[in-house]
Design a protein. Structure first.
Lengths: 159, 760
């Protein structure tokens, strides 16, 4: 049995406010997936290596498996579910689909959010910068070629 | 008008939008009302007798709803073949590797489940264990199973022609040994399974799988319920790479927990469990003796390979055969002997892997390079002189209906500027080539064929029902492309019900590269069945013969007078009003020799057709650090016909990453006795975006006579050739041939040092 005391946690996720009661050792990943049912965020390694659980906290990519939910109260959290507007895919999502950057899709949410954050910071990154930025996200299927192509297509458009 | 509307075109895959938005549901994403958390207790010992298991304290813990031990599974065993049924779902007498399942619990939350595991009392009598092929084969070695004397699980013997005479007749003979340790799948998605029973005793179960029917049969056996009560459901799958075809003890355990608790249960593996307790790839020691004539053509070859299979058979007979079979397909060899041994050790279980046999294929290819060097023949020419050709028959008697290997060698050589580079590059700069061939399925008993159904709606739309599985490679889209093409519909008009054992008919599953060839052909035949029925109706209405009709853009039209049309929807409505059945059915059984058996009779048609690939790699080696910088890779495959070229490029690129970049530079499991020291991505180095070189891809099309539209398979021959190209390039750069894989910086530095010493 968990001997800690539960605490009230208030999170702003995808521009919505959620209030929940949880143990303070709950990770952001656990809260997103198990409590808020935002299962687009994936767990692959659980130790901050693979990038599958990447979400944005105030626009910066973080590993939600290494982030405590209590630590990101008052910050803007964006998950993959928060990227598209209505039925319209975000241009990064669209580029991943159009350029065949997705195979099994397990790493895609994290990969897309990392790419989104890169392009916000540097709208015209070089290929080397793209590869560097994506090197915290492991993909086992694609060999990264089409993922880099997808991000490059946006870099060229300055989107 | 173009011949095809969708086939052969770069098309966006139908399954990727929901993966980009996070909507795609993987097994661990499922939540069911009143669902419990399942956890598995695992053996801490590599080899031990189970004296007693006492779950009483765990059962009494608050929040625990079910505990499962071997008592529940009655000691039932599983094996891919009747003669390899050696793995109990939960062991009754012995554990044989660190991580083997011993018991399991289902509780209301994870903390309670973990606490319950710690309360299960297991008394072990620890036994001596073996951790290497050599130790397992040593006289007096501890034995893992009574039924496999000397720990030899499988022995494959193939002896064709007169090998000894071949060596006598050879101009040059050489013998070398090549080794590679275990590698690992590292699918993005860790294994997960969710199960529930309904009031009538029907099991619903979700897990990543390469074939739902392959999961359903053993579940039916162990649960002692008929197959129509086992409903393996479709779910998004986060990669397989050959590793998710068999039943997992987790599937059985989860079903038993759900049955006992009468509540849904979900088990989600940790990364470590995925690495240790699903499947790993075999380590190998391969001894190869090859004799060639004056032109470098192989006259005789004798190969002995020992594979470390871990604790149980798994797909042992297949795994022991396939590396040899790939190479006998790729290269001509008339006199050939193969002795393949799968040896049991107290290590996790080994299965088929996408790049199964890097320590084998590299041996064959690197030895060709060495022989060529002695004779003054460059590696590319050595490949051309030995390349398999269309119309050949392999040593084990498979007819090769189409083969573009020579074309892949020539085109890859041209694009990579081989002739300008080989032997002319600066020091520590090298280029290498690898070739291989894979099957498109093989004899699989009653599971060898695929069937498909097509149902029509009154608006002309269809639902295709097939057992084809998509592990992430794009098979779902392939089904839609074929159905839309044949029926003259748009991809939006085609819905799928796939990979669900309650609804979809038998299919081999997504392994052995058979889904395009076998499943794709079945879907095509089902669509042609529908089309025939629709054309019959349209022909009467339009006053022409059925053979005069075509279909495209939701319309049936007279081929020579495209203005004369009828909508497909109208044809469907006419059929409905006349009570005419227009549903479609198709089934495809590949032309393989049903009498062929892996151990007892390894002769006859193995697969209806084969793909062939070539990879050329160019590298720079830093002599100070031993680091390899890969400059470019050029990958080419005879795919038969490219149904969706961008999908194929993606398979080539992924194959180069896994087989070459990872397989030859960084990927191997590290051990302390039977314990994996590098079970996560922290220690097991999967390639990153920054590691990967530029990859050029060349698609070669030979239009296979029986593949759907001439297609074969989409990239495995590249994945199986990449390691050799990397190895050849590094060997060429350093001036030393490497026989131990992967080629890590320490091995490179040592080779450079020894070379300098030799030079004095």
């Amino acid at each position: 049995m968990n001997e800690m005391k539960k605490t009230v946690i208030t999170l702003n996720v995808n521009n919505e406010t959620y209030e929940l009661v949880a143990y303070p050792n709950r990770t952001l990943l656990e809260v997103l997936r198990d409590d808020l049912h935002l299962t687009g965020t994936k767990e692959s390694c659980g130790e901050g290596v693979c990038g599958s659980c990447t979400v944005l906290v105030d626009g910066t990519p973080v590993r939600s498996c290494l982030t405590l939910a209590v630590a990101v109260q008052g910050k803007e959290i964006t998950t993959i579910e928060g990227l598209r507007v209505g039925e319209k895919l975000h241009p990064v999502q669209e580029a991943f689909v159009n350029h065949h950057a997705i195979q099994c899709g397990f790493c895609s949410p994290g990969m897309i959010l990392t790419s989104y954050a890169l392009l916000k910071e540097d709208p015209r990154p070089t290929e080397a910068a793209i590869r560097r930025a994506l090197s915290g996200n492991i993909c086992r299927c694609t060999g990264y070629a089409k993922i880099v192509e997808a991000v490059k297509s946006l870099a060229e458009e300055g989107k | 008008m173009e011949k095809f509307a969708y086939i052969g075109k770069d098309m966006k895959r139908i399954d990727t939008t929901c993966k980009a938005t996070g909507e795609a549901v993987f097994s661990a994403d499922l939540t069911l009302p009143r669902m419990l958390v399942g956890k598995v207790l695992r053996s801490p010992h590599a080899h031990a007798r189970i004296v007693a298991i006492n779950p009483a304290k765990a059962e009494k813990l608050y929040g625990v709803k079910a505990v499962v031990t071997a008592k529940d599974t009655c000691g039932d065993k599983w094996g891919v073949f009747k003669y390899t049924q050696d793995q109990q779902f939960l062991p009754t007498e012995k554990v044989r590797y660190v991580g083997e399942e011993v018991a399991a619990v289902a509780a209301v939350d994870e903390d309670s489940a973990l606490e319950a595991l710690s309360l299960i009392e297991v008394t072990y009598e620890v036994l001596p264990a073996v951790y290497t092929i050599e130790d397992a084969l040593a006289p007096g070695a501890p034995q893992l199973h009574d039924v496999y004397p000397n720990n030899i699980n499988v022995h494959i013997v193939i002896d064709v022609g007169d090998v000894e005479k071949g060596f006598t007749d050879s101009y040059l003979v050489r013998e070398d040994t090549f080794t590679a340790p275990e590698d690992s799948y590292f699918q993005g998605e860790p294994y997960a399974v969710t199960a529930q029973f309904d009031h009538a005793g029907n099991l619903e179960i979700w897990m990543p799988n390469a074939g739902p029917h392959l999961k359903a049969k053993p579940l039916s056996n162990v649960l002692k319920i008929p197959l129509n009560k086992v409903r393996v459901r479709k779910i998004t799958i986060g990669g397989s790479f050959g590793g998710r075809s068999e039943i997992s003890p987790a599937d059985v355990i989860c079903a038993f927990l759900a049955k006992k608790a009468q509540r849904p249960v979900k088990i989600v593996y940790s990364r470590e469990e995925n690495t240790v307790c699903t499947r790993q790839a075999h380590s190998m020691i391969t001894k190869i003796k090859t004799g060639v004539d004056k032109e470098g053509r192989v006259v005789a070859r004798d190969i002995t390979c020992h594979m470390d299979g871990g604790a149980y058979s798994s797909t042992g007979p297949i795994a022991t055969s396939v590396p040899f079979l790939c190479m006998e397909q790729a290269y001509r060899m008339e006199n050939v002997r193969y002795n393949g041994y799968r040896v049991l050790t107290n290590k996790p279980i080994r299965g088929m892997f996408r790049t199964h046999g890097r320590g084998f294929a590299c041996g064959v290819d690197i030895q060709l390079d060495r022989i060529g060097e002695t004779m003054g023949i460059d590696p590319l020419t050595m490949r051309l002189r030995n390349a398999r050709q269309t119309g050949d028959t392999t040593p084990t008697k498979s007819y090769v209906a189409s083969c573009g290997l020579t074309e892949t060698i020539e085109k890859t050589g041209k694009m990579s500027r081989w002739a300008e580079k080989f032997g002319k590059l600066p020091p520590y700069h090298g280029i290498g080539i690898g070739c291989n061939s894979v099957q498109t399925g093989f004899p699989m008993g009653i599971r060898g064929g695929s069937q498909a159904f097509i149902k029509l709606n009154e608006d002309g739309g269809v639902t295709v029902i097939t057992g084809i599985v998509d592990n992430g490679q794009g098979n779902d889209h392939m089904i839609v492309q074929i159905a839309a093409e044949e029926l003259g519909l748009t991809p939006d008009d085609v819905q799928l019900i796939t990979a669900d054992t309650e609804v979809t008919p038998s299919d081999p599953g997504s392994y052995s590269m058979c889904e395009t060839f076998v499943g794709g052909n079945a879907v095509r035949l089902a669509a042609q069945d529908v089309k025939k029925k629709l054309f019959k109706i349209a022909a009467t209405e339009l006053g022409v013969g059925e053979e005069e009709l075509s279909a495209r853009n939701r319309k049936i039209f007279v081929t020579n007078n495209p203005q004369q049309t009828m909508s497909i929807a109208k044809a469907v409505r006419i059929a409905l009003s006349r009570n005419e059945s227009i549903s479609g059915e198709g089934s495809y059984w590949p032309n393989v020799d049903g009498k062929r058996e892996w151990v007892k009779n390894p002769f006859g048609q193995l697969s209806e057709t084969f793909s062939f690939g070539t990879v050329i790699c160019e590298v720079k080696v830093d002599p100070e650090t031993g680091q390899v910088e890969v400059l470019t890779v050029t990958a080419s495959q005879d795919v038969g016909y490219a149904l969706n070229p961008k999908v194929i490029e993606g398979q080539f690129e992924g194959g180069v990453a896994m087989g070459g970049q990872g397989g030859m530079l960084t990927e191997y499991l590290q051990w302390h006795e039977g314990r994996v020291l590098t079970p996560t991505q922290l220690g097991y180095l999967v390639p990153l975006a920054i590691d990967m070189p530029k990859i050029n891809t060349i698609i070669v099309e030979t239009i296979d006579p029986n593949g759907p539209y001439g297609a074969k398979e989409a990239g495995m021959s590249v994945a199986m050739s990449a390691a050799q190209a990397y190895c050849g390039a590094i060997s060429n750069a350093v001036g030393v041939y490497f026989h131990e894989y992967p080629i890590t910086p320490d091995k490179i530095l040592k080779a450079i040092e020894e070379k300098k010493k030799r030079a004095g």
